[in-house]
Design a protein around this ligand. Structure first.
Ligand code: FDA
Length: 423
């Protein structure tokens, strides 16, 4: 992309739109549809052959499109970023109930699965068809596949209705617009079209960025340190997981944990990954709700002759209990013969398993990108850049990241709606 100030005023034959939206994913499709239905001339551009690939693959093909437990008055409960409060205005003006009402108007069946998470009954294709129908209802033009080669701002406006205009050079030719909406999403899953376009464009216009890193991502561990657990690959169990040194703070999740060949995954780990800082440990309670130290002490008082691993299998998967007890000879005895200190240590370690991940599976496996366009540069009401009239950033490209469970799509709908009302 070239510099901030673009070529001279475009030729009269250049097509003119009220708004050009770049990125036909969740946020871009929804924004284009809403703006079109307000009577604006809208062009939607995407470099991929198919629209909304992330909607298509999300939620195991059924798209977890929103979450009924979202509390717009307290976005910090379900959103991560330098300033989660930024999301409050948009989230409170377009709620999960609003999106549910839209699905009902399109007669799309859905169901709640877990903790307020709503999924399509049939397929995510229902949702994509709905968004395309909404775009058609707004007479949105779509150029796809279409690469954007250059974007430039001119202080002159062809129709005199705005502070300036955007000249967008594409491989289908140039186009001019009063407003430009960037909805190109984050960096996860590059093989289905993710790029850093939005971040580069933000930099071109002088906007600050918050450092990006993969979120909602499996965590990996060093080969030797992980050796005792590698055999547990495929094992899942409910846990309580938190960041930090065992103190259960705000970011504690009660979800399922999954052992993998290279580390840990499952909803519990995906959630905590968005709070995890490289170099710090995570703490896992492998038997939440059970006081294992007390339970083992009681077993010993009953003179239980069962091996410790077998005793533990009442509360933990047997494979995990075996692997755990194999790490210490003092844990390979009948409960009645185990030393009190060994039992305390065992109970304590299972309740506060502290492990320091060496990394993550990266953008190849991450569901989202943490960080992005710094919210301090944007209006929380319209998503417009404060210092660059007519330029908007919506969806995942902004430094607002939701929890697992439909929160990221709800941010896409809500930020798109807020922007579309302001275009
Ligand atoms: P999104 O990524 O949807 O769209 C960006 C668009 O921009 C794409 O169409 C892309 O092709 C286009 N683009 C990129 N670069 C471009 C360029 N240079 N030029 C032109 N176009 C360009 N969330 C949730 O709430 N519930 C869920 O169930 C899931 N599940 C899930 C599963 C998996 C595997 C992933 C990877 C992610 C999820 N998510 C999710 C997250 C969710 O998919 C994500 O937050 C939203 O799709 C973000 O919407 P956006 O519109 O911002 O970006």
């Amino acid at each position: 992309m070239a510099g901030f100030v673009g070529p001279p005023f475009p030729a009269v034959t250049t097509p003119f739109f009220d708004a050009v939206v770049i990125g036909a994913g969740a946020a871009g499709l929804f924004c284009a549809a809403q703006a079109g239905q307000r009577g604006l001339r809208v062009l939607l551009i995407d470099h991929a052959t198919r629209v909304a690939e992330k909607i298509r693959i999300s939620g195991g093909g059924r798209c977890n499109f929103t979450n009924q437990e979202l509390d717009a008055t307290a976005p910090q409960r379900h959103f991560v970023g330098a300033n989660p409060q930024f999301a409050r205005s948009a989230l409170s003006r377009y709620t999960p109930q609003d999106f549910i009402a839209l699905l009902r108007r399109h007669a799309i069946p859905f169901h709640e699965k877990h903790k307020g998470q709503l999924f399509c009954d049939r397929s995510a294709e229902d949702l994509i068809a709905m968004l395309l129908a909404e775009c058609a209802a707004g007479s949105v033009q779509r150029w796809q596949p279409c690469a954007v080669k250059n974007v430039a701002f001119s202080a002159a406006s062809p129709d005199g209705t705005s502070a300036g205009s955007y000249h967008i050079d594409t491989d289908r030719g140039p186009v001019t617009a009063r407003s430009l909406v960037i909805a190109t999403g984050g960096l996860s899953i590059p093989k289905i079209g993710a790029t850093d376009f939005g971040y580069r464009l933000a930099q071109q216009f002088g906007l600050p960025l918050v450092e990006r890193r993969p979120g909602l991502v499996p965590l990996t561990f060093d080969g030797t340190a992980w050796a005792p657990y590698a055999q547990l690959s495929g094992l899942a169990l409910p846990v309580a997981i938190s960041t930090g040194l065992g103190k259960k703070g705000r970011s504690t999740f009660h979800e399922d944990l999954l052992f993998t060949h290279r580390g840990l995954s499952g909803p519990a780990v995906l959630q905590i990954s968005s709070y995890w800082q490289p170099g710090t440990p995570i703490a896992i309670d492998l038997a939440p709700g059970t006081d294992l130290q007390d339970a083992l002490r009681q077993g010993k008082a009953r003179q239980s002759r069962r091996l410790l691993a077998n005793e533990l299998a009442q509360w933990l998967p047997a494979r995990l209990a075996d692997a755990w007890c194999a790490q210490d000879t003092q844990w390979q005895r009948p409960l009645a013969e185990a030393a009190d200190r060994a039992l305390s240590r065992l109970g304590e370690q299972l309740a506060h398993w502290q492990v320091t991940p060496t990394g993550t599976e990266g953008y190849r496996k991450a569901e989202v990108t943490l960080g992005g366009v710094d919210t301090r540069a944007l209006s929380q009401h319209t998503l417009e850049c404060k210092a660059q009239p007519g330029l908007y950033f919506i969806g995942e490209v902004v430094d607002v990241t939701g929890w697992l469970g439909g929160y990221n799509f709800q941010w896409a709908w809500a930020s798109a709606h807020a922007c579309a009302q302001a275009l």
